[in-house]
Design a binder for this molecule. Structure first.
Ligand code: HEM
Length: 456
């Protein structure tokens, strides 16, 4: 029997509680988690595939097996809502009740409304902007120059998402957004998710700064909305679709809701993609054999011209590199849910209200599913391997009804940007700029990724 089928939601389960670390009497495992988030996630795997623990008063489960992950985010997704941390006032302040955080009927309606902007035929039209913007960015770069490549990728992906989905230009705001964004996620780092459930109402300095930054982001988002309103143009893009829904039925989407949707796409639509690009350059700089094959594919297929949508299927190795990079450094390194009713997962009882976390970071490096799991090895992604892999052993874009709406958009952007930049520049890491991980809302480099540019 398929493992996922064997976990019915039961009314009153007699299954036992899962094993797990006890932590301290009051805090539970909070301190250990805060001190070393990724290490703690890895160590907990030693208890089994389903691990229970307590963060203060919150019963929490970590899941490591693809079948259990499938159970929660797909098969029995109706029994789960987003986890507490995503409903915290802090997160709400940032993205409000947009597509990422809403639930039930509101979410369904938002998803229906937003989906057309992400249909393949529409997204294909964005290819040119993606390659053009990448080319425009590197036109000022010079051989030997030292740059923070992550900052560049944030800027580029922000400009692309705003141009393609909102037909607006943020080049003058891009640096502000990058700066604000890196500050804004700081409170989510380390204590990541759970500590903020408790103290996010306190008037600390960090909170004051956070609110200040959030106001700055609001200004940019409202400016984009206002510009379109004033122009009165129906550009046929996502912003026009949202505005139409707003104007036709103000009761369904008021100004605040409109702002939340735009902010959600604005944030969800660029930082994750930028991170994949940044981590890919970082990995290529350390794996010259892979880089060589990458350059050979670009030379053979493109021969120096800009890549187009039609080239995507001719760049299989570039796509394998992107997939492998997202396996090792998944920008969304954790998914969180809350059980609505008591249920059973992996034979263990999970009470109503329990927080359930699943980690791309851990499962995508599990030796049961990936040979030499810590090795950057794009060649592993043959069609045969992909088809034989357990469905949720690799889930950088999540899955089930709440799967990433921008999956195809992101993959296309990643391959086109890698191909455009990779034809002109390679990167070397600098020994005096070590790169370290910051597991905040997403998996970021703590102090950027400083590289030296090498012309090709
Ligand atoms: C490499 C790039 C990306 C990664 C790794 C990524 C990852 C994810 C993941 C894991 C989820 C599911 C969250 C959950 O189940 O709790 C998600 C949802 C979402 N993503 Fe992405 N994403 C990426 C790019 C994008 C882009 C380009 C857009 C839009 C332009 C986007 C918009 C969204 C939205 C709106 C949701 C919420 C969907 C819903 O709940 O219906 N993402 N993303």
């Amino acid at each position: 029997m398929n493992k996922a089928e064997s976990f019915p939601i039961t009314r009153r389960s007699r299954a036992s509680l899962a094993p797990g670390p006890k932590g301290s009497a009051i805090l539970g495992v909070m301190s250990e988690f805060t001190r070393d988030t990724l290490g703690f996630i890895e160590r907990c795997r030693n208890y089994g595939d389903v691990v229970s623990m307590r963060f203060l008063y919150l019963t929490t489960y970590f899941l490591y097996h693809p079948d259990d992950i499938e159970n929660v985010i797909s098969t029995n997704s109706k029994n789960f809502i987003k986890s507490r941390n995503q409903r915290s006032p802090l997160f709400q302040r940032l993205v409000g009740n947009g597509l990422l955080t809403s639930e039930g009927e509101v979410w369904k309606q938002q998803r229906r409304l937003t989906q057309p902007a992400f249909h393949r035929h529409r997204i294909n039209a964005y290819a040119e902007t993606m390659a053009d913007y990448a080319q425009r960015m590197i036109s000022t770069w010079r051989e030997g120059e030292v740059r923070d490549i992550h900052r560049d990728m944030i800027r580029l992906t922000l400009e692309i998402v705003v141009k393609t989905l909102f037909n607006s230009d943020v080049s003058s705001d891009a640096d502000t957004v990058g700066r604000v964004l890196s500050r804004i996620v700081t409170p989510f780092a380390g204590q990541a998710t759970i500590k903020w459930i408790l103290d996010n109402r306190l008037p600390t300095k960090t909170h004051r700064l956070f609110n200040q930054d959030a106001r700055e982001m609001d200004k940019i988002v409202y400016r984009i909305i206002d510009e379109r309103r004033r122009s009165g143009q129906d550009e046929g893009d996502l912003l026009s679709m949202l505005l139409k829904a707003h104007d036709e039925d103000g009761s369904q989407m008021n100004d605040k809701q409109l702002r939340d949707e735009v902010m959600t796409i604005f944030l969800a639509g660029h930082e994750t993609t930028a991170l994949t690009l940044s981590w890919t350059w970082y990995l290529l700089a350390q794996n010259r054999d892979v880089e060589k094959k990458f350059h050979a594919e670009l030379a053979e297929v493109l021969g120096g011209r800009l890549p187009t949508m039609e080239d995507l299927s001719r760049l299989p190795y570039t796509e394998m590199i992107a997939k492998e990079s997202m396996r090792l450094y998944p920008p969304a390194y954790a998914l969180g849910r809350e059980a609505v009713k008591e249920c059973e997962i992996g034979g263990f009882r999970v009470p109503a209200g329990a927080q359930v976390f699943m980690f791309q970071w851990a499962t995508q490096r599990d030796p049961r599913f990936f040979v030499q799991p810590d090795k950057f090895y794009p060649e592993r992604w043959t069609p045969e391997f992909s088809n034989s892999l357990a469905k949720y052993a690799y889930f950088p874009f999540g899955g089930g009804p709440r799967a990433c709406i921008g999956n195809y958009f992101a993959m296309m952007e990643i391959v086109l940007v890698l191909a455009t930049i990779g034809q002109t520049f390679g990167f070397s890491l600098l020994p005096d700029h070590p790169v370290s991980l910051l597991p905040a809302m997403s998996l970021r480099p703590a102090d950027g990724i400083t590289v030296k540019l090498n012309s090709r």
